[in-house]
Design a protein around this ligand. Structure first.
Ligand code: SAM
Length: 256
């Protein structure tokens, strides 16, 4: 899935919604950034978390933001314009343009699941981390996403198309042994649930649905079907019959 054009715009709206503020808080609590540290965020998207990391590190720290999408890095550069520690740049998690063992911590939020070669990406992250460096990886087991409202077969059609959006749609379940092989230990997992009993423009469900519908159309689902699903979600909300939940997992590991 390429985060450019309309997809990038929807993802940026999603990243700004209320649950993502809670998610940033959870990541920051685990990361516990300290003044002067060097932290890399891969797949930083529009830079909302990167900005907060940069503020914590202060002018003598480095918050390196790397994203493969020029649209996302342009948005991150705007978001972080007045935070001296932040250096956003277009780059690829698979070949980071940094020397060995320079970072105190690395962060990846809903990113690693998009990489075919996850073991290779984890090895690259381990390379740029100092021994003892922290790695925080947030991802969703998409099989845990629960949509209530539209007719089940319509939801299943969109969900089936969405399954192809990332090579690792249930990454948290697969991550721990790959982390060990890449040179990490002390692995912990923390749930960061999303629960939306209502649907509105400040919810994860609202923007995730639009992302899924746009992607489903790219995958060949009829545009009218995708729109029918979005309409059915709105109707469910109006009838007080809407519910969404999922359990993203924040995995923390230490470079050995
Ligand atoms: C779902 S978005 C998450 C963005 C941000 N972390 C957030 O939580 O809002 C995934 C991001 O990973 C980026 N990405 C995908 N493959 C990448 C790669 N190989 N290297 C760097 N970034 C990548 C995409 O461009 C996109 O911005």
């Amino acid at each position: 899935m390429d985060f450019i054009g309309e997809i990038a715009t929807i993802q940026q709206r999603l990243a700004a919604c209320q649950e993502m503020a809670a998610r940033r808080h959870a990541v920051l609590q685990e990361l516990a950034p300290r003044r002067g540290e060097r932290v890399i965020e891969v797949g930083c998207g529009a830079g909302f978390l990167l900005r907060e990391i940069g503020l914590a590190l202060g002018p003598h720290g480095l918050a390196a933001g790397v994203d493969i999408s020029e649209d996302q890095i342009a948005a991150a550069a705007r978001e972080c314009a007045h935070v001296p520690a932040v250096k956003p740049m277009v780059g690829d998690i698979r070949v980071l343009d940094y020397p060995d063992e320079v970072f105190d911590a690395a962060v990846a939020v809903q990113v690693v699941e998009y990489i075919e070669d996850v073991p290779g990406a984890l090895t690259e992250l381990r390379r740029v981390l100092k021994p003892g460096g922290r790695f925080h990886c947030l991802a969703t087991n998409w099989d845990s996403a629960f949509w209530h409202g539209p007719e089940a077969t319509l939801t299943a059609q969109i969900a089936r198309a969405w399954d192809a959006h990332a090579p690792w749609p249930n990454l948290p379940a697969r991550l721990p042994p790959m982390l060990v092989t890449a040179g990490f230990g002390s692995i912990r997992t923390l749930p960061v649930p999303v629960v939306n009993p209502n649907l509105h423009e400040n919810t994860f469900a609202y923007w995730a649905a639009r992302l899924m519908a746009a992607y489903a159309v790219e995958q060949g689902v009829d545009k009218a079907q995708a729109q029918a699903w979005l309409d059915a979600l709105d109707e469910a909300e109006q009838a007080d019959e809407f519910f969404f939940s999922s359990v993203p997992i924040l995995t923390t590991a230490i470079a050995v």
